[in-house]
Ligand binder design. Structure first.
Ligand SMILES: [Zn+2]
Length: 219
């Protein structure tokens, strides 16, 4: 029953925090052979961890893991620039456009453990605007891959800059990394912040306005 996995996820592109429901809803877009291959390796992994892959709770786990991993990396098959181009409009508006608090769910490429948090994206149009819902979808398309937070931040910035050619782009991501929280370094509440700017956002005044607008969300 499974065949295609290249079909992009639709919707607002924003995580709903409920990966399981999301994942299972997409069940028929997984490639059956790939699921089988990954699952058989995970049976070996379970063995090597001292588990019994045949016990009731684990019988279907390798297949579930295989599908979950495919879902969590499906951004590899998406084209974020095409997502933006699908909703670009000519418009004279030249004030800052900000999309705040975009949910981010990604996997750190060093441990394949989740990192998650919020992205804030701003741009200053230069003849074109983009449908606001596309910004979270671009964030998601880059996040649903094996990533590091720094690269994720820069890739989002570059994609918007190169596609929309605005007067400037700003991207800030605040995220918690489970590889830090759950492993040795138990800094339970530490949050990593990364940022990347182009154009007008490299000027102190514009960047300050952006940061100021971000901090207002907590009022
Ligand atoms: Zn890590």
């Amino acid at each position: 029953m499974a065949n295609k996995r290249k079909k992009p996820t639709t919707g607002n592109g924003n995580g709903n925090g409920n990966g399981d429901v999301n994942g299972y809803a997409k069940i028929d877009q997984y490639d059956a052979d790939t699921v089988k291959r990954i699952a058989s390796r995970y049976r070996d992994v379970l063995n090597d961890l001292g588990e019994d892959p045949q016990r009731e709770g684990l019988v279907k786990t390798p297949e579930r893991v295989a599908k979950a991993l495919q879902f969590l990396t499906h951004g590899n098959h998406l084209n974020p620039a095409a997502i933006l181009r699908s909703a670009m409009f000519r418009e004279e508006y030249q004030q800052m456009v900000i999309v705040k608090d975009i949910e981010v769910y990604s996997l750190c490429e060093h441990h394949m453990l989740p990192f998650f948090g919020k992205a804030h994206v701003a741009y200053i149009p230069n003849g074109h605007i983009v449908g606001l819902s596309k910004i979270p979808r671009v964030v998601d398309a880059f996040a649903r891959r094996l990533q590091v937070q720094e690269r994720l931040t820069v890739e989002i910035r570059n994609c918007i800059q190169e596609t929309l050619k605005p007067l400037g782009v700003a991207v800030v991501i605040e995220a918690q990394h489970l590889c830090m929280v759950m492993r040795g370094i138990q800094k339970q509440h530490s949050i990593a912040t990364t940022s990347a700017f182009t154009g007008e956002f490299q000027q102190d005044r514009t960047r300050a306005e952006f940061i100021n607008l971000l901090s207002k969300r907590r009022d």
